[in-house]
Design a protein around this ligand. Structure first.
Ligand SMILES: *Cc1c(COP(=O)(O)O)cnc(C)c1O
Length: 390
């Protein structure tokens, strides 16, 4: 047997430490398409962990669009969009998104992560300030760090604290406030109306990440910004095509000038090959589908499931307003305990993974339960039976 190199030993020390703190992660292999039922280790599991909220990840219309694009364009887009990779399907997707979001323009990136780390540094830099909600997604934190701007944070949804920070940072360059509309690990809603009010009074621009809201809120399912009537007051609307839209890719929607700046300055856009045309075509089909009658049907089926579960969750996991989103954090606290409960559930055929540090704070471990429009009531009942006993 070969002995470990010093390189391996150094890394193994770190892994051992993660293991000892119940923070080590491994990949599980899914042997089927996405859906309420997935196969793990040749066994069917009920899946309560996906962000495919509207069940579009293997919808026939998205598959057909991808297949047609595959036949016409092949697999690769050849280059970055500013070279020769900007196929008509990419521009059509940008336009469809602008229309869907009712903004002047939109721009798609290869992922939501790329949209965040490209956009923040394109609008703020050294001498400026980014103010983030404490629970903002890692991609937003990383984008803020990359920008070189001063980083400030406010406790989750604490508007009084945000005001204080805004007053302190006045006269110090540009100010960008960054938050989410639906928080990814807590499933609660950002106080967007209050934030808009304070930034209109005290100055600052607002970027809202709608990763978990696009397709699910608002009259036209544009997101929470639409639902709250704030479209004209949010400078930068971000989202992803990889959650409710069932495809892959991120987007920014806003004024033409913003999109022009991004095309010229966002490094994750400029220096990265355009998304595969098959993916762009599936995304385009998803945007059109969500915009239309089937989008509404699926949205309402999803909310029906959310209501059903919210009314039946064990009391210890009920939250002040359980009807906020399809994301239910079942708080456990201790990492080892969360991991153990998740493993027990998995053995019984339910996938509700433990979410641990650093995705959430230390001792804030939880099971993150998510619903889709495709879950049947009896599948939710099955889960509830086992949750009550665990
Ligand atoms: C998932 C997610 C992203 C990243 O989007 P991807 O398309 O998966 O890269 C960004 N922000 C939030 C809040 C998310 O949950």
């Amino acid at each position: 047997m070969r002995t470990n190199t010093p390189f391996e030993e150094a890394l193994q020390e770190e892994l051992a430490e993660l293991e000892q703190k119940s923070l080590h992660r491994t990949l599980r292999i899914v042997e089927s398409a996405q859906g309420p039922e997935i196969n793990l280790r040749h066994k069917t599991h009920l899946n309560f962990s996906s962000n495919d909220y509207l069940g579009l990840a293997n919808h026939p219309r998205l598959i057909e669009a991808a297949q047609n694009a595959l036949k016409y364009y092949g697999t690769g887009s050849g280059a970055a969009r500013l070279i020769c990779g900007n196929l008509d399907v990419h521009s059509a997707l940008d336009s469809a998104l602008a229309q869907f979001k009712d903004t002047e323009a939109a721009l798609t990136f290869s992922t939501g992560y790329a949209a965040a780390v490209g956009t923040i540094p394109a609008v703020v830099g050294r001498g400026d300030t980014v103010i983030l909600d404490k629970l903002a997604h890692a991609s937003l934190i990383d984008g803020a760090r990359l920008s070189g701007a001063r980083l400030r944070a406010f406790p989750h949804n604490n508007i009084a604290y945000l005001k204080k920070v805004l007053r302190q940072e006045k006269n110090s360059g540009r100010i960008l406030i960054v938050t989410e509309s639906v928080f990814s690990m807590d499933g609660d809603i950002g106080k967007l109306e209050d934030i808009v009010e304070v930034k209109e009074k005290l100055g600052g621009w607002l970027m809202v990440d709608e990763a978990h809201a696009t397709g699910m809120y608002g009259r036209n399912r544009r997101g929470m910004v639409e639902q709250l009537g704030l479209s004209k007051k949010v400078e930068i609307q971000m989202g992803t095509l990889s959650k409710a839209l069932g495809s892959s890719g991120g987007y920014i929607a806003g004024c033409k000038t913003l999109i022009d700046i991004l095309i010229n300055k966002a490094r994750s856009f400029i220096y990265s090959t355009a998304t595969s045309p098959t993916v762009a075509a599936a995304s385009l089909a998803a945007v059109l589908l969500v915009s239309g009658a089937e989008g509404e049907e699926r949205r309402s089926a999803l909310w029906d499931n959310i209501h059903y579960l919210a009314e039946r969750l064990p009391a210890r996991w009920s939250r002040s307003d359980p009807l906020q989103s399809p994301i239910f954090p079942l708080m456990i606290g201790d990492e080892a305990e969360a991991l153990q409960i998740a493993q027990q559930l998995e053995k019984k055929g339910f996938l509700v993974p433990a979410i641990r540090y650093p995705t959430v704070a230390h001792q804030q471990a939880r099971l993150r339960l998510t619903l889709s429009s495709k879950h049947e009531k009896n599948q939710i009942d099955e889960l509830l039976k086992h949750l009550t006993n665990s």
